[in-house]
Design a protein around this ligand. Sequence first.
Ligand code: ADP
Length: 182
Amino acid sequence: MKKHLLFLGPPGAGKGTQAALLSEANSYLHLSTGELLRKEIDLGTSLGKQVKDTINKGELVSDQLVLEIVKKNLDKENNGWILDGYPRNLSQVKSLNSVLINLNQTLEIVFYLDIPEEVLIKRLLMRGRKDDNEDTIKTRLKIYKETTEPLIEYYESISLLKYINADRDLKTISTDIKQKMA
Ligand code: ADP
């Protein structure tokens, strides 16, 4: 059966990389809100112009805007999918829950990629994306801890959470994830 999954974890944990690998292996849709937003910026669309400063400061884009993007992409989807970078706060969790009820879909697994903070900072500085400088990283980690981290407990409480040690090499992590999919 095609599954509906999401990746949770701090910036730099490797959510995007692992979600891409897994979606390719299973022909699932990979929906990364960060990537979709960056594409809008690159294309210079009005949405892109609206979110550019926020993203470059490392702050969160409005729940409303991100929800539109998620809805638009999940709407046409009756296959498996992997959400990466959404939800990021409890209000986004609620929105996602209602979107899924409307689409008659259920979330089956939440992979939590766990990794020590000092490893994250090193990885992000190496990656060198436009929003990967020291100030922005600090902001993103702070927001992550305050607003996204509580989601771990929530998904654990509804028995969807699967813990992944993300402080290992890429291949080991992806093998671990594939095993935990079954
Ligand atoms: P990372 O997880 O490494 O920070 P992402 O590509 O997931 O990278 O996100 C990059 C930026 O896009 C975030 O810092 C934020 O500004 C914006 N963004 C992505 N997803 C969301 C979301 N669900 N809600 C609000 N803003 C988001």
